[in-house]
Design a protein around this ligand. Structure first.
Ligand code: AMP
Ligand code: GLY
Length: 423
């Protein structure tokens, strides 16, 4: 099987790494990839949202399966376009990729299928949104409708901050058309977890649970990022919560959409808040999480290529998906300045020495290989990942490996795993 992985992050490195273990996979290409993926796949210089370019490449190279990592090409309809051209791509079609592409669409789906989620109102003009905010006060959550590279959710501390956020989104249009509408929703309180499932539109197979760490600093302080580390499994997701989420979140959505003629295939990711009233849905993503994937896929025993093909072909009921018992933790090393403007082109040393430690996998995100060196090229640079018999030993081993890695301005959280230890 020839596979094309689309994307360039730590998530795509983990996907390509897992696929490379499949006996059925003879060759992996990755567009555009990064300095680490280069070791296991042939990099192709095509951007992840250049759908005509990717289609042309996949046709010429007779790609059997294209695996789409990020949301932007999915929301643009890459899977539909590939299918029209007789090519298989893992991921949802455009009509359901809107679960991530539009928060208004997503909240309406949640409402239609009676999911537990925060109460919300939709606004298409800033004056009404501001009037409502003044009436409700804080805490409250303001969300841009469309894609905003993970920056479209604001939880203002004061009404003034909220009014400013509405102006930035709807008047200054800092996220472009993504800010034509906003959602203002109730603020939920609790611990978050990520639940992902594989589905072919009928069969649903949960992945092991995981927990991301969104804030930049220890103890969940500072601004939100794409995610600074994750571990799997997440003890906060008990067996009961997992069963409840399948029954009351994933089943109603996937079955409900199918009854409306919309078949969801691929991975569906629900961000859940464990509130006092039980798990409530914060958001849907229509792809693997980053960095959750780096902590989940090392625990997958089964062949990822088989699972992905079965999702595309509608035969997931024939696949037995098995998981390793061990724990896995992935700690993100980021560039100085991230999540704001960050430094680039810093040489990374110690990668080989870190990788030599038992049970360590160093997934690359924002890196590039140049003249025999590995340089930083993005905000999130590496996902230093460790397996372990328990979360404590996995954590200790991951931080031991980080101790061998250096680049100027490197920052990372020191508390990934702590929430799970002793639970
Ligand atoms: P989203 O892009 O919808 O995942 O939101 C990003 C982050 O904002 C989530 O991971 C939560 O930490 C936070 N968030 C989103 N919606 C809410 C809510 N209704 N209440 C509290 N926090 C929220
Ligand atoms: N880790 C959060 C996300 O992938 O959206």
């Amino acid at each position: 099987m020839k596979i094309l992985v689309v994307g360039s992050g730590g998530r795509e490195h983990a996907i390509a790494w897992k696929l490379s273990q499949s006996k059925k996979v003879e060759k992996i290409f990755c567009a555009p990839g990064n300095g680490g993926i280069k070791e296991i796949a042939e990099l192709v210089d095509i951007k992840s949202d250049d759908i005509p370019g990717l289609l042309d490449f996949a046709k010429k190279n007779k790609i059997d399966l294209t695996v789409v990592g990020p949301e932007a090409p999915l929301v643009k309809g890459i899977v539909d376009i590939f299918r029209k051209n007789g090519l298989k791509a893992f991921g949802p079609f455009k009509d359901v990729a809107m679960l991530e592409g539009s928060k208004v669409f997503s909240k309406n789906v949640m409402k239609r299928f009676s999911l537990a989620t925060a109460g919300f109102k939709v606004f298409d003009n800033s004056l009404d949104a501001k009037k409502y905010l003044k009436e409700t006060g804080v805490p409250i959550v303001i969300k841009a409708d469309g894609l905003a590279a993970g920056k479209g959710v604001i939880i203002p501390k004061t009404i003034e901050e909220g009014l400013k956020a509405i102006d930035s989104i709807m008047v200054e249009k800092i996220f472009g058309d993504s800010g034509s509408k906003v959602i203002i929703e109730d603020c939920l309180d609790g611990e978050e977890a990520s639940l992902l499932v594989f589905t072919d539109g009928k069969t649903i197979v949960p992945l092991e649970s995981s927990q991301d760490h969104k804030r930049i600093f220890d103890s969940d302080k500072g601004p939100n990022t794409g995610g600074m580390g994750a571990y799997s499994p997440a003890p906060v997701v008990t067996k009961d919560i997992m069963e409840e989420a399948i029954k009351n979140v994933f089943r109603p959505v996937i079955d409900g959409l199918r009854k409306e003629g919309k078949i969801y295939k691929g991975v569906l990711y629900a961000g859940l808040m464990m509130t006092r009233k039980g798990p409530m849905v914060l958001e849907f993503n229509v792809r693997f999480g980053d960095p959750e994937t780096q902590a989940i896929l090392p625990r997958l025993k089964s062949d990822l290529a088989d699972i992905m093909m079965a999702c595309v072909d509608g035969t997931l009921d024939k696949i037995d998906v098995k998981w390793e018992k061990f724990y896995c933790i992935s700690v993100v090393c980021a560039s100085k300045g991230y999540p704001d403007e960050y430094e680039k082109n810093k040489e990374i040393s110690g990668l080989k020495e870190a990788g030599e430690i038992k049970d360590i996998i160093v997934f690359h995100a924002g890196t590039k290989a140049e003249n025999g060196k590995v340089l930083t090229s993005g905000g999130r640079v590496l996902g230093v990942t460790s397996l372990g018999k328990d979360i404590k030993s996995a954590k200790a081993n991951a931080y031991k490996a980080i101790g061998r890695i250096t680049f100027e301005g490197m920052q990372y959280r020191k508390d990934i795993g702590d929430k799970a230890i002793g639970r």
